[in-house]
Design a binder for this molecule. Structure first.
Ligand code: ADP
Ligand code: GLC
Length: 475
C-alpha cells in the first residue's frame, strides 16, 4: 500500500497547530504497519536549516494557472523517518508565516496543481492520496476533473480529512474559476459553489472518494446545523462515506521521560512530576510555591478554544488558591484580556504570547491541571498531551474531547479528568472548583491521574483504521 499525504503543515518541518502533529505522526504509525507514506507539503521559508540542508533535487516543472505560468521545484528529504516531497516556489512560500496573506487562494490552488502534476509525473503512483483540510481540498477536485482522463491518475483514490470545518478557504467564484480555468458546470451547487462564492473545503467534501474527520463525536456533530458551518447538508448527503477516526499523539516525542524540554524527567511518579512546577513558576515569574495548584493553557487564542469563557471566569477563578500559566497566540482581543489579568493578579497568572515548543512542553509537564473549554473541538491533541504528562484535563464536552476525556466519578472511582456541558463561564468555574477540591484529596487525585495512564494515547489503533479505509478503496 502506497499513500501520499497532501497537507499544508507537518512536524518537524512547519507547525501552527494540531494538523502538523497529525501529519507528522500518522505516517510513522502507518509505516509501522507496512504502509509506504510520502508527505507532500510546501517548502516554507521558515523550515529549519538542518532539514533544508538534507533536501535532494527531484526536478521541476511549470504550473499553468489561468494566465499565469509558475515555477514548481520538487525537493525530497527524510525527516524523523518520514519521506517528504516539498513543493518549492519562493514567491508563494518563502514568507514569514504559513498563512494569513491576501493571495491565499492563489497559493493553495498552486499547491494543489503542484500535487496533481507531481502525481502525473511520478513513476510510482500511490494507491491513495490522503488530503488534509481546505488547503488541499482542490486536489480531489483536480484529480476528478482536469486530470480525470490521465490513464494513470484515473486509478488513484482520494481521502479527505476534515481537521477543522470552520476554516474553509472560501473565495470569490470568479477568482477560483480563473485560477482553476474551470468551466461553469464545476462552479454550480453540485460543484464547488458555496452561497454565491466558491469553497475549497466543499471541493474536498464533494470530490474525495472517502471523507474522514478526527473523532467520532465530531463526525456526528458536523452533520447538524449547529456545528456544520453551513456544510452540514453536504455532509449528510455523504454520510455513508464519512467516518470519524480519533487522533493519537506521537508518544515517543511526547514522553515526559525523554522530552528534552522537561527539566525533571518522570513517567509514573507524581512526586517527580511535581519537581517541574517550582522551576516553571520561577521561569514565568509566578510565586514559587509547590502546593498551589497550577492550571496550564496552551492554545490558539481564539473563540473556538473558549477563550471568552475563560475571560469571563478569570476574576472569580483567581479568587481561588490557584495559579494559571498561559501560552498562546491569536486574537489580539484575547491577548489584551490576558495582559490585563497579569496587571491585576501579578504572580498569580503568567502569559507568554507566541509560539514556543519548549515552553509548551514545560507547561504540560509542570501543570497540575490543563484547561480546554472549547466551544467546538474536532479532536484536540492538547488534552492528550496533558494526559500523557500526568496533567488532569478540564474540558467542555464537545467533539473529540468527549471521546478522550471521561469525567471523574467519585463514587465509581472512574474518569481521567473533569468536564462540563453548557458553554458558560458559570459551568466552567463550577467545574474548575470541583477539580481543585479533589486536588486537595491526595488519594482521589492519585486515582484520577492513574486513570489517565490506563489508556494509550498513541496512533496504533487509529492507524489501523486508516489502513483499513485505504484498503477498501484500493481494491
Ligand atoms: P488546534 O490544532 O485546534 O490548535 P490541537 O489541540 O489539536 O488544537 O493541537 C494544538 C497543538 O499545537 C498542540 O501540539 C499544542 O501543544 C500546540 N500549540 C498550540 N499553541 C501553541 C503555542 N503557542 N506554542 C507552542 N505550541 C502550541
Ligand atoms: C484541528 C482541530 C483540532 C485537531 C487538529 C488535528 O486544528 O482544531 O481539534 O486536533 O486539527 O486533527
Amino acid at each position: 500500500m502506497n499513500v501520499w499525504f497532501a497537507a499544508s503543515e507537518a512536524v518537524p518541518l512547519a507547525k501552527t497547530g494540531g494538523l502538523a502533529d497529525v501529519v507528522g505522526a500518522l505516517p510513522k504509525a502507518l509505516a509501522a504497519r507496512g504502509v509506504d507514506v510520502t508527505v507532500v507539503m510546501p517548502k516554507y521559508g521558515g523550515i529549519p536549516e538542518e532539514w533544508v540542508r538534507e533536501m535532494k533535487d527531484r526536478g521541476h516543472f511549470y504550473v499553468a494557472m489561468g494566465w499565469r505560468r509558475q515555477y514548481c521545484g520538487l525537493l525530497e528529504t527524510v525527516a524523523d523517518g518520514v519521506r517528504f516531497l516539498l513543493v518549492d516556489n519562493e514567491y508563494y512560500f518563502k514568507r514569514g508565516y504559513l498563512y494569513g496573506y491576501g493571495d491565499e487562494a492563489e497559493r493553495f490552488v498552486f499547491f494543489s496543481f503542484a500535487v496533481a502534476e507531481a502525481l502525473a509525473r511520478s513513476d510510482r503512483l500511490p494507491d491513495v492520496v490522503h488530503c488534509h483540510d481546505w488547503q488541499t481540498g482542490l486536489v480531489p477536485f483536480l484529480l476528478r476533473t482536469r486530470y480525470a482522463y490521465d490513464p494513470g491518475l484515473r486509478n488513484v483514490r482520494t481521502v479527505f480529512t476534515i481537521h477543522n470545518l470552520q476554516y474553509q478557504g472560501v473565495f470569490s467564484r470568479g477568482l477560483l474559476q480563473d485560477l482553476l480555468s474551470a468551466g461553469d458546470d464545476l462552479l454550480g451547487e453540485d460543484g464547488i459553489e458555496f452561497y454565491g462564492a466558491a469553497s475549497c473545503m466543499k471541493a474536498g467534501l464533494m470530490y474525495a472518494d472517502k471523507l474522514t474527520t478526527v473523532s467520532p463525536t465530531y463526525a456526528r456533530e458536523i452533520q447538524t446545523p449547529e456545528y456544520g458551518e453551513k456544510l452540514d447538508g453536504v455532509l449528510r448527503a455523504r454520510a455513508g462515506d464519512l467516518v470519524g477516526i480519533v487522533n493519537g499523539i506521537d508518544t515517543e516525542s511526547y514522553d515526559p521521560m525523554t522530552d528534552p524540554y522537561v527539566r525533571a524527567p518522570y513517567r509514573q511518579s507524581l512526586a517527580k512530576k511535581r519537581l517541574n512546577k517550582p522551576a516553571l513558576q520561577e521561569e514565568l515569574g509566578l510565586q514559587v510555591d509547590a502546593r498551589t495548584p497550577l492550571v496550564g493553557i496552551v492554545s490558539r487564542l481564539v473563540r473556538q478554544k473558549g477563550m471568552d469563557l475563560i475571560g469571563q471566569a478569570l476574576p472569580e477563578l483567581l479568587q481561588e488558591r490557584v495559579q494559571i500559566a498561559v501560552l498562546g497566540a491569536g486574537d489580539p482581543d484575547f491577548e489584551g484580556m490576558f495582559r490585563d489579568a497579569i496587571g491585576r493578579y501579578p504572580g498569580r497568572i503568567a502569559v507568554w504570547f507566541g509560539f514556543n515548543e519548549g515552553l509548551a512542553r514545560r507547561i504540560y509537564a509542570a501543570s497540575d491541571l490543563f484547561l480546554m473549554p472549547s466551544r467546538f473541538e474536532p479532536c484536540g491533541l492538547s488534552q492528550l498531551i496533558s494526559l500523557r504528562y500526568r496533567t488532569v484535563p478540564i474540558v467542555r464536552e464537545t467533539g473529540g474531547l468527549c471521546d478522550t476525556v471521561e469525567a471523574f466519578n467519585e463514587y465509581e472511582g472512574t474518569g481521567n479528568g473533569f468536564s462540563f456541558g453548557p458553554a458558560t463561564s458559570h459551568d466552567l468555574l463550577y467545574t474548575v472548583r470541583r477539580a481543585l477540591a479533589f486536588y486537595e484529596d491526595e488519594e482521589a487525585w492519585a486515582r484520577i491521574v492513574a486513570n489517565g495512564t490506563k489508556r494509550d494515547y498513541g496512533w496504533a489503533a487509529s492507524a489501523k483504521q486508516y489502513e483499513q479505509l485505504y484498503r477498501t478503496l484500493a481494491q
